[in-house]
Design a protein around this ligand. Structure first.
Ligand code: IVH
Length: 671
């Protein structure tokens, strides 16, 4: 390509990619398919390979481009990053409101903007002329650490703002991790022999404090922007309008969690509502942040040394309880990692009965000093397995028994060893049934080959009956063999065989993930599938071929090449191929019967999960989006649907019940 032509196309691609990033991350309303996006992205990368001078700091390709740092530099915030005063009960919240009205000598009700209090890490992003210049941590509020390169790897942080933004904009927000992503990350770390993180906040903080930004790039971080520092330029009159503005400029703002209310009664009502919804949210919140909405009043109220007078954090009570550790169970994972789980005397923690808690790893046991028989404080977040946070050592009777790392695998008796450079002890047995069982479970799992109905119970029986030694044997199971399982009927057996058969056609990315190659999670599996297009191509790739790919470092390259070199793995892959499992890279289906239609799912869905619903509509060529707009075609409303349903009503968007939606799917589209 000629230089001038390349430069022009490069500029065009940059603006297209920035635009589609905005639609996807800030508005949650993509307009092109993932594969179209990838095509544009690859074209950009090709041009930058030929003309490296075009790979400037704001190029959409530059999300992991920086060399590792020696240390973080300090950054002084233009305006201090304040902290929030906390309130723990209704009377303290009322006192906050009373204080504001006294200060303003006002009888009128104050308008408050209420937001979710994200439990993450506060950061500041400085945009000059629309470009992300510096990103930093809060630090002590006056000086933070410069973590620009790390923040640039977070997809929901725009590298460039949209037009009409002010010449200088300092944005503040909270970087966080969804609970499911956190669990998956920890699971992966345990398998890989790295210490697990204690909670999503620690995982976020640890991910942001990496000197090598390619590590941060692999962590599932997100941001919600909730305010500004210095802004040179016009700002709207209220905080809620400012948030809307931030979103228009391209930042991700939690407008679903924002509620503007009148007076303290409105605040209390929203607080109660969020407390009820807390368990349904994909991330952990620890309260509601209440801010005086009128920015002129905020200025009038001003601030104390460390906290503003115009805002307060209304904290939720922690979901904790005290119970006894009755025993410790040892679990052997897919890669042989031996991890401890505390079995608890069942206890209710804010409405949920808890009988197991995660101890994460052996270092954690040392750190907590926990023993069998100890009374401990457990805490839960969302619907994930709770944590042991503290041991009540003062309650000990002397009868407690220390928890020791076993020398032999509890499942197969092979030695358990901690290899050099690893934190996690592993069973060294090559044919440990627990490892085989876990790898089969992983293979058939939802995110893997998605073989519906093949639950743990059946996998156990297959192994016991000696019907399978590896995942390849699943594909040669016969009807007669299935009938040997307990509680297996005609219909179930047929369903299972059908599900196994269907999985033969799963796309390459799922297959790669399902194989359980170390360090290859869903994201890298997709990337590898896209880059190589077929299993053979990937299997014959050299370490150097792999390292050429954006986001792939030596660790992943080594693990992928080692996987395909192993004679045992080659044998399993050969058998899989013989059984007709020949996965191909996917392109998203275009031109389905619902092509071009957009669905939004809201409320508590009882007949299917959101992910299922999304897959159903995508199969028919439609899209699922998170927010209702004029472009939405259908809103599917479950129980207690809230603001999205109202918005659908306002915009005249067709609302479907779950039943109506299922009927539509069964018919394969709109009749
Ligand atoms: S406003 C002066 N809004 O909570 C205003 N903070 O305890 C300062 N946080 O450092 C912050 N969600 O890390 C604000 N919607 C939200 C928030 C939020 C979480 C964090 C933030 C802050 C800490 C204060």
């Amino acid at each position: 390509m000629e230089k001038s032509q390349a430069y022009r196309r490069h500029a065009e691609l940059c603006s297209l990619l920035h635009h589609h990033n905005y639609l996807y991350y800030a508005l949650d309303r993509p307009e092109i398919s993932d594969s179209e996006y990838d095509r544009l992205f690859r074209e950009l990368q090709e041009i930058e390979k030929a003309f490296p001078e075009l790979a400037t700091a704001d190029s959409p390709s530059r999300r992991v481009g920086a060399p590792p740092l020696e240390k973080f530099e300090p950054v002084r915030h233009t305006l201090p990053m304040l902290s929030l005063e906390n309130s723990f009960d209704e009377s303290e919240m009322r006192e906050f409101d009373a204080r504001i009205r006294r200060f303003l000598a006002s009888d009128a009700e104050i308008e408050y903007a209420c937001e979710m209090k994200m439990d993450g890490v506060a950061v500041e992003l400085v945009y000059r002329d629309g470009f992300l210049e510096t990103g930093s941590t809060r630090g002590d509020g006056i000086t933070g650490e410069k973590i620009t390169e790390n923040l640039k790897t977070i997809p929901s942080i725009p590298l460039k703002l949209r037009s009409s933004c002010p010449p200088l904009l300092e944005v503040r927000g909270e970087v966080y991790m969804n609970l499911k992503d956190f669990q998956a990350l920890n699971h992966e770390r345990e398998e890989e022999g790295q210490p697990a993180f204690a909670n999503p906040r620690n995982a976020t903080a640890g991910s942001l404090r990496q000197l090598d930004s390619s590590v941060t790039a692999r962590r599932p971080l997100r941001i919600f922007s909730y305010g500004t520092g210095r802004v040179d330029g016009d700002t709207p009159p209220t905080h809620s309008a400012l948030l809307e503005r931030l979103r228009q400029w391209g930042l991700r703002v939690d407008l679903d969690g924002l509620r503007v209310v009148r007076g303290i009664e409105g605040v209390l009502a929203y607080y109660g509502e969020l407390m009820e919804r807390r368990d349904e949210l994909p991330y952990e919140i620890d309260g509601v942040v209440v801010k005086v909405n009128d920015l002129a009043l905020q200025r009038e109220l001003g601030e104390k040394t460390r906290t503003p007078r115009w805002a307060i954090a209304c904290k939720f009570p922690p979901r904790q309880a005290v119970t006894r550790v009755e025993d410790v169970q040892l679990q052997v994972g897919r890669t042989g990692a031996v991890t401890p789980v505390a079995l608890l005397q069942p206890v209710e923690v804010s409405g949920v009965t808890v009988s197991r808690a995660s101890l994460h790893n052996w270092d954690e046991i040392d750190r907590l000093g926990v023993m069998r028989g100890d009374l401990v404080v457990v805490e839960r977040a969302g619907d994930v397995i709770p944590d042991v946070v503290r041991v009540l050592k003062e309650e000990r009777t002397g009868k407690e028994i220390p928890i020791v790392l076993p020398e032999k695998c509890p499942e197969c008796g092979s030695p358990v060893q901690k290899l050099e450079g690893e934190v996690v002890p592993r069973c060294q047995g090559l044919s440990c049934p627990a490892q085989i069982k876990e790898s089969i479970k992983h293979f058939v799992s939802r995110r893997g080959m998605d073989i519906e109905g093949l639950g743990d119970r059946y996998i156990d029986q297959m192994l016991k009956l000696g019907l399978v030694d590896s995942v390849a044997d699943l594909y040669t199971l016969t009807r007669e063999e299935l009938f040997r399982f307990e509680r297996m009927g005609e219909k179930l057996a047929q369903n299972l065989l059908n599900a196994i058969d269907r999985s033969r056609r799963q796309p390459l990315s799922r297959f790669l993930y399902a194989l359980g190659i170390r360090h290859v999670g869903e994201h890298l599996a997709k990337l590898l599938a896209r880059q190589f297009g077929s299993l053979d191509e990937l299997a014959s790739a050299s370490g150097d071929d792999l390292l050429k790919i954006h986001e792939i470092g030596p660790q992943v390259a080594d693990s992928v090449t080692a996987f395909f070199r192993s004679p045992e793995n080659r044998e399993v892959l050969r058998k899989l191929r013989e059984a007709g499992v020949v996965p191909e890279a996917e392109e998203r289906q275009a031109g389905g019967p619902l092509s071009g239609k957009t669905f939004v799912f809201t409320g508590a869905l009882s007949r299917f999960s959101r992910k299922d619903a999304q897959e159903m509509v995508e199969k028919l060529g439609a899209r699922a989006s998170g927010s209702v707009s004029r472009k939405t075609d259908f809103v599917v409303a479950g129980e207690d649907a809230g603001s999205k349903l109202l918005r659908a009503g306002e915009l005249g968007v067709t609302v479907l019940s779950e039943e109506e939606f299922l009927q539509m799917m069964e018919k394969g589209g709109i009749s």
